[in-house]
Design a protein around this ligand. Structure first.
Ligand SMILES: CC(C)(COP(=O)(O)OP(=O)(O)OC[C@H]1O[C@@H](n2cnc3c(N)ncnc32)[C@H](O)[C@@H]1OP(=O)(O)O)[C@@H](O)C(=O)NCCC(=O)NCCS
Length: 154
């Protein structure tokens, strides 16, 4: 297990992976914002023999966690690394007090949807036209208590 917090020195390798995986990749400034500015942002990398092979991003906002990004370099996929990243990040979110987790995923992204379903995430809404590159819809997926944040009576 070689998962740790991302730092600025990792960004060159992270961005190469990011660009190879996503149609609208985050750039250097986007990662930098999450690392240095956003107080809710948490980024972790998977480092294998000195090489970054994957990463996951989260927001921890009180009881709500959100997965903001997840990627494993193509040549390292289907070896369980995303699961290790998910295990690690979900554990960190629970330690931070989060009781539910959400994410958005392209409706066509079967590998990611299968992965999230295996963690108990369920599709709770469709966000139409969510992605600017292809205008594809997103599924909003949720794991955990659905009631948190809706009841302010007590
Ligand atoms: C989604 C992604 C992170 C999975 O990474 P990975 O390291 O290959 O995943 P793992 O090997 O840990 O697989 C975990 C589970 O995910 C699902 N899965 C992963 N790849 C899959 C595929 N090609 N087809 C179907 N299910 C798949 C399976 O349920 C798998 O469990 P199993 O091996 O027991 O069947 C990777 O495909 C990726 O980087 N994709 C591009 C970026 C992306 O779409 N990120 C998600 C944005 S919301």
């Amino acid at each position: 297990m070689a998962i740790r917090s991302m730092n600025i020195k990792d960004l060159q390798q992270v961005i190469v992976i990011e660009q190879s995986l996503f149609g609208t990749p985050w750039g250097y400034e986007d990662f930098l914002y999450e690392l240095k500015v956003n107080p809710y942002g948490h980024l972790y990398v998977y480092e294998l023999d000195g090489q970054i092979i994957g990463f996951i991003g989260m927001w921890f906002i009180y009881e709500d966690a959100t997965i903001t990004t997840l990627g494993v370099a193509k040549e390292f996929q289907r070896r369980g690394y995303a699961k290790e990243l998910m295990d690690y990040a979900i554990k960190r979110s629970e330690e931070a007090g989060c009781e539910k987790c959400t994410l958005e995923v392209r409706v066509s992204n079967v590998p990611a949807i299968k992965l999230y379903e295996s963690y108990g995430f369920k599709i709770v809404a469709i966000r139409k036209n969510y992605y600017t590159d292809t205008h594809e819809d997103a599924y909003l997926m949720l794991k955990g208590r659905e009631d948190i944040g809706n009841d302010i009576s007590d």
